[in-house]
Design a protein around this ligand. Structure first.
Ligand SMILES: Nc1ncnc2c1ncn2[C@@H]1O[C@H](COP(=O)(O)OP(=O)(O)O)[C@@H](O)[C@H]1O
Ligand SMILES: [Mg+2]
Length: 505
């Protein structure tokens, strides 16, 4: 028996349907996956359920009663909790303070002692390890997510909506998280999990509803389907298989790092890194997040200074050049933090495309902008990278209203330009759906196949293995080992990632 039924839900934004006649039914004790590419309408549907948006048409039945939640508070009061893609915890407050924020009991603010006891009890029961007195800003994303879940459970919900919960987690954290979900399911909670990772759907869900372009395409029982079928319904076509990797002659070295160190107090963030990236090569950098990969990317792109060591690019010592000068020399950077380093999200697509060449001809001359080439650049990016803009606003679309995949495409359109000779791609497909992921990977492969270079940093081993000519594994700020593609496999890389050195293998 369904605890939740959404029927014929439609919602349009400025005349364009984000949801069109969607049905969704979820039972008690069920993990129901909502699958769809970026922009398919998943978040919108859940925001309608959670009282953030009002549907234009359609009905919601919750515990057999027709309902219309007018606010998240209303939804929570009636037993529906939601953990958003971007967390909404107060950074400077503690876990306990965040969980009881805004709660009253019989008009009186609740006792901290009782609250703490209840949090500890819930945390123990479901394996949600957190310290009630830790401050949010000191927690990892995985821990913050546990707080969000606890916060919802504390409010006695029966249905938990999780919007792309694993996008920010490491593989190990994801496994722990799935353990929590299984416990919740066994206790009779209903769970809706949004994801676009097939393997996760196969592993954790009971049923799956697939959305595409705002419409419900199919509902399937997970045990009766497979990743291939799921992706076919999701993207409406079959995916291309493996990449064809063209043999490359030895074209010489593009980038050479010698003994690069970054010291932070006593700690070495980078510890005597020496490596080369050849022309026409993808050098993969594998490793568990936080082992120096981002520092490495930043020291090459010029965002950070090294404490010692040398960097040569195409034979030239580039130490003295800043980010912009390095960009002009052909070093592009696709950051893992799109919002901090990649895009100004309140600006339009067009202006984000202009961010790094606004002072160059033909875009401007003596401080005066030249509209035509600026628009031409944006138009080409939209066309070449098939960027889906909002409604009818086209290149004037404000970046923050675009889906993550389309935001990433803007960065790639800007960074992977004709002048780019080395592309540093830091987690370039994290959080993207299959279609966009394939597109990004093909773009990087095209760079390599045109005798240019790619430094690919990824926590996704399948991605590293599919694309790299050689694979360097980072551990604790050092290179634990470098493997040739033909000698590399998941097991060897995994050992190096865990700190086992090549000599010990
Ligand atoms: N507040 C909004 N204003 C205008 N358009 C929006 C808004 N929210 C979502 N959209 C549009 O609705 C569509 C579906 O978005 P969304 O539900 O976020 O997709 P998903 O979560 O599946 O990636 C997208 O085209 C998106 O640009
Ligand atoms: Mg979404």
């Amino acid at each position: 028996m369904a605890i939740l039924e959404m029927k014929h839900i439609s919602k349009a934004f400025s005349g364009v349907y984000a949801n069109e006649d969607i049905d969704l039914a979820v039972e008690k004790g069920e993990i129901h996956a909502l699958l769809g590419e970026n922009g398919a309408g998943k978040t919108t549907l859940m925001n309608i359920l959670f009282g953030i948006y009002t549907a234009d048409t359609g009905e919601i039945y919750w515990k057999d009663k027709k309902v219309r939640f007018v606010s998240p508070k209303d939804a929570i009061d009636q037993g529906i909790g939601m953990v958003h893609q971007h967390f909404s915890l107060v950074q400077k407050m503690t876990v306990l303070q965040n969980i009881i924020l805004g709660l009253k009991q019989d008009g009186i603010f609740i006792s901290k002692m009782e609250a703490r006891a209840r949090i500890v009890e819930l945390a123990d029961k479901y394996g949600l390890k957190v310290r009630p007195d830790a401050r949010i800003r000191d927690l990892s994303v995985g821990e913050q997510q546990r707080v969000e879940i606890l916060k919802a459970l504390y409010r006695d919900v029966d249905l938990l909506i999780l919007d792309e919960p694993t996008g920010v987690l490491t593989p190990k954290e994801t496994q722990d998280f799935f353990g929590v979900l299984r416990k919740l399911k066994n206790e009779g909670y209903a769970i809706i999990i949004i994801t676009h990772r097939m393997s996760e759907i196969m592993e954790i869900s009971d049923r799956v509803t697939i959305l595409r372009d705002g419409k419900k395409i199919k509902e399937l029982v997970t045990a009766e389907t497979n990743p291939k079928e799921l992706s076919m319904y999701m993207i409406g076509r079959e995916l291309k298989g493996d990449f064809e990797i063209k043999e490359q002659p030895d074209n010489g070295v593009a980038l050479e790092l010698k003994e690069i160190c970054i010291k932070k107090g006593e700690k070495a963030l980078l510890d005597h890194i020496s490596l080369t990236v050849k022309k026409g090569e993808i050098l993969g950098i594998a490793g568990v997040d936080g082992n120096g990969q981002t520092e490495l990317a930043e020291v090459i792109s010029g965002i950070r200074k090294s404490t010692s060591g040398t960097i040569h690019f195409l034979g030239e010592d580039i130490e003295r050049f800043n980010v912009k000068q390095r960009f002009e020399k052909g070093i592009s950077y696709i950051s893992d933090d799109r919002h901090a380093d990649g895009l100004v999200i309140d600006m339009s697509l067009k202006d984000n495309m202009l961010l790094k060449n606004y002072d160059k001809e033909p875009f401007s001359k003596k401080g005066v902008f030249n509209k035509k080439p600026i628009e031409e650049q944006a138009r080409k990016a939209i066309e070449k990278f098939q960027i889906k803009t909002t409604g009818t606003t086209g290149m004037e679309s404000i970046t923050k209203l675009l889906s993550g995949g389309n935001q990433q495409k803007i960065i790639i359109a800007r960074e992977v330009n004709d002048k780019a000779k080395l592309v540093i791609a830091n987690q370039p497909t994290r959080g993207l759906d299959i279609g966009a992921t394939e597109f990004v990977r093909q773009t990087l492969m095209d760079v390599r196949n045109s005798d240019r270079s790619v430094l690919l940093i990824s926590a996704d081993l399948e991605e590293i293995l599919a694309l790299s000519d050689r694979i360097a594994v980072m551990f604790g700020g050092s290179i634990a080992g470098i493997l040739e593609r033909k000698d590399a496999n998941v097991q060897k890389i995994g050992l190096l990632m865990g700190g086992v050195t090549k000599e010990d293998m």
